[in-house]
Design a binder for this molecule. Structure first.
Ligand code: SAM
Length: 260
């Protein structure tokens, strides 16, 4: 499923939050497509979304206010404060049609306006373990080119550092495999094109981030989960499994800008 902002090229400087919500939704038929179109109408009619978004009317486009709102609402669902929405969230077993969700979502926002408003202060943050496949392909190439097999892995903008644990994940290709085969994180055919596996050892690992997340805490796991779209089931599965691994293999992620 393509979840990139739709019609991004047509956004312009005079846009309102409603314009951005609509542009991001496009005509997507998934839960967040319906939600963002509903949010746009609600913002224009002065409903709970307008109240929850107060103070963010001129936030930069890159602040992605719509994703902050949706993650704030998702956290309400994940923490049991909005059980009426579970039936629309596929990652929680929900199977009801996305097209019917917005009125229920709006009611939840109306009931929790201050919680949703507070959620706008939290910048979207995703730690996508799937990127480990690209990292592994790059490491194979580096080892082949340099002959160096002892690696210090340092990541800028590491979030919770889950990609620093790639040697704890299992990768399988047509005629090769890497990592513990019984890992809870499994990748099959995740690297396209020819792969020339090399053996290497990660002897040190660390990251930095402006806002590091500690995946060994319930709050950290809640935050990361809330920014993954509820219908991206594979991504939720990978994230949950990687966070479980991280509780046994905590990685150090310093709070620091990449420039340091
Ligand atoms: C999209 S996330 C990617 C996280 C992780 N690297 C991954 O691939 O899953 C980008 C991360 O970069 C961090 N970030 C953005 N600008 C940064 C900077 N100047 N210095 C350090 N971290 C930064 C954000 O806080 C966020 O956690």
């Amino acid at each position: 499923m393509d979840v990139r902002p739709a019609r991004a090229a047509h956004w312009d400087a005079g846009e309102t939050l409603a314009d951005r919500f609509r542009a991001h939704a496009g005509d997507s038929q998934h839960l967040y497509g319906y939600a963002m179109r509903g949010m746009a109408d609600d913002w224009e009619s002065g409903g709970p979304i307008r109240m929850a978004s107060r103070g963010y009317e001129t936030a930069p486009r890159g602040a992605l206010v719509q994703l902050r709102l949706l993650a704030g609402e998702f956290r309400l669902v994940l923490t049991g404060q909005a059980p009426e929405l579970i039936r629309f969230y596929p990652c929680l077993g929900g199977t009801d049609p996305a097209s019917e969700a917005w009125p229920v979502m709006r009611e939840v926002i109306a009931t929790h306006i201050e919680d949703v408003h507070a959620a706008l202060a939290v910048a979207p943050q995703t730690n996508e373990v799937g990127r480990s496949a690209a990292l592994l392909a790059g490491l194979f190439d580096l080892v082949a080119a340099s002959g160096v097999r002892r690696i210090r892995l340092l990541e800028l903008g590491a979030s919770a550092g889950l990609n620093l644990l790639l040697d704890q994940y299992a990768f399988r290709g047509h005629s090769w495999h890497f990592g513990p085969s019984d890992s809870k994180v499994q990748f099959a055919d995740a690297i396209r094109g020819p792969v020339h596996p090399e053996s290497f050892e990660i002897v040190a690992r660390a990251g930095c981030d402006l806002n590091p997340v500690d995946a060994t805490t319930a709050d950290g796991r809640l935050l990361l989960t809330s920014f993954v779209w509820p219908f991206n089931l594979d991504r939720h599965k990978r994230l949950a499994a990687a966070m479980e691994i991280a509780t046994s293999w905590p990685v150090r992620v310093d709070k620091a800008p990449a420039s340091e």
